[in-house]
Design a protein around this ligand. Structure first.
Ligand SMILES: Cc1cc2nc3c(=O)[nH]c(=O)nc-3n(C[C@H](O)[C@H](O)[C@H](O)COP(=O)(O)OP(=O)(O)OC[C@H]3O[C@@H](n4cnc5c(N)ncnc54)[C@H](O)[C@@H]3O)c2cc1C
Length: 405
């Protein structure tokens, strides 16, 4: 039998890189197409970084975990705080999952470090051809192949032939647009500002990951390994706030001073402003073209589910593509990929992240009290706390997807 054409993967984000490595591990060749060049690949904003135990298991499967652990922080616990009362509401400890996983913790390791390590592995793999500085511009599909149109580093147009094409291009996926697949959902009117600061928030009782509820200015606070050791704090901003004003050094200092109730200056390492979307593609596959990661679904970062659920897509898809290309499964497997992963995107990732934001910004004092009491009740009971963690660490969504035929 002739060797199948490689799988074309567009995008060397965490999803595309994991997919390439998981396919290669199963003897399936891939061509990875990335618009950024080797020179600017690492000049990207920090973005995601809370890697849940389920995702760590997947990273471990392809040998990526051992490269990430030294660059990250092990965070077994996370906390919910009430900023109005400056009080800890509840703390959850992944140690309760010690019988469920080899990784009873979250690894705080930013996307930029993950892609740096994974790109090195991908480049070293004989079954993966990496095309940096190459922009995907569109595709055609026939009964037995996909032809990707790309503009290469020299600015020439080229056609790359593959058996399947996976769009791991991120939220602005050209493949999704070309397929005319609707990106259903909504965009929050306000933007979020991230401030990175070299300051140890543990002296105020915080742990490595914190969700802080406040009717006026909710926030999330996360610790990242340096040098220098940094904490990233997110705040909502008003829709008509001017970007330059929001990012002005004094304005950033004032937000931090107000948050901590301290009159001192902080060492600010960076800041960025972003818009949050809650959207899921109506379809995840059309013929030989498949959507994965942010190309298929985007959500608020509260709960750290975007990168994680995208990586779960990649491993689900790799196993199915490998079976199809080795001739042990039918191409209808890809419809199952869509059923499983779309279900997770809608019923778990979207539902959970929308709920998380609503809870943190709740204004009604009675509802806030009820929410906080409920969190406390779950954190204090080990059975309920384990159930809570199985959901937040994405075990529940993986187990539920497995049941979908
Ligand atoms: C501020 C912020 C914080 C976040 N925090 C978390 C978190 O804590 N936990 C979490 O799980 N998620 C988080 N997320 C979400 C997370 O960053 C994304 O879900 C994740 O990066 C998606 O991975 P991806 O590989 O699908 O796409 P991306 O990471 O967007 O990668 C897409 C890649 O495709 C390339 N590309 C795009 N178009 C083309 C083209 N035409 N041709 C060739 N290449 C192309 C891009 O250059 C890029 O390298 C956060 C997001 C933001 C904005």
């Amino acid at each position: 039998m002739a060797k199948p054409d490689p799988v074309i993967i567009v995008g060397a984000g965490p999803v595309g890189l994991c997919l390439a490595l998981a396919l290669a591990q199963q003897e399936v060749a891939a061509v990875l197409i990335e618009a950024m060049s080797d020179e600017n690949f690492l000049d990207q904003v920090p973005r995601a970084g809370s890697n849940h135990p389920t995702t760590l298991e997947f990273f471990d499967r392809i040998g990526l975990y051992e490269k990430m652990e030294p660059r990250g922080l092990i965070a077994p616990k996370f906390q919910y705080w009430d900023r109005k009362d400056n009080a800890l509401i509840a703390e959850f400890d992944h140690a309760l999952l010690k019988d469920d996983t080899r990784f009873p913790y979250v690894l705080q390791c930013e996307r930029i470090k993950i892609i740096e390590e994974a790109l090195k592995m991908v480049k070293a793999h004989p079954l993966i051809a990496v095309r940096m500085a190459t922009e995907f511009t569109g595709f055609e599909q026939t009964a037995d192949a996909v032809l990707a149109h790309v503009k290469n580093a020299a600015g020439e147009t080229e056609i790359v032939r593959g058996s399947y094409l996976v769009s791991a291009e991120g939220a602005r996926s050209i493949a999704r647009k070309d397929l005319d697949v609707e990106f259903e959902g909504f965009t929050y009117p306000e933007r979020t500002i991230n401030i990175e600061v070299a300051y140890d928030f543990r002296q105020h009782g915080y742990t490595e990951r914190n969700y802080i509820s406040d009717p006026d200015e909710y926030s999330n606070l996360f610790h990242w390994k340096g040098p220098p050791d940094r904490w990233r704090i997110h705040f909502p901003t008003n829709i008509d706030d001017d970007e330059n004003e929001l990012k002005r050094p004094e304005a950033l200092q004032n937000r931090l001073k107000k948050f901590l109730g301290l009159d001192r200056d902080f060492e600010i390492c960076g800041c960025n402003l972003y818009t949050v979307h809650q959207r899921v593609a109506r379809k995840f596959r059309s013929g030989r073209v498949v959507l994965a990661g942010d190309a298929a679904h985007v959500n608020s970062p509260i709960g750290g589910m975007g990168l994680n659920s995208g990586v779960h897509d990649a491993f689900n898809l790799a196993d199915k593509l490998a079976r199809i290309l080795h001739g042990t499964a039918d191409d209808a497997e890809l419809d199952r990929y869509e059923r499983q992963r779309r279900h997770v995107a809608v019923k778990h990732t979207q539902a959970q992240t929308i709920r998380n934001k609503r809870m943190l910004e709740e204004r009604d004092p009675a509802v806030r009290k009820r929410n906080h009491d409920e969190l406390r009740r779950q954190a204090e009971d080990p059975v309920l706390a384990r159930k809570f963690l199985l959901r937040t660490a994405l075990f529940e969504s993986l187990r539920e997807a497995e049941q979908i035929a």
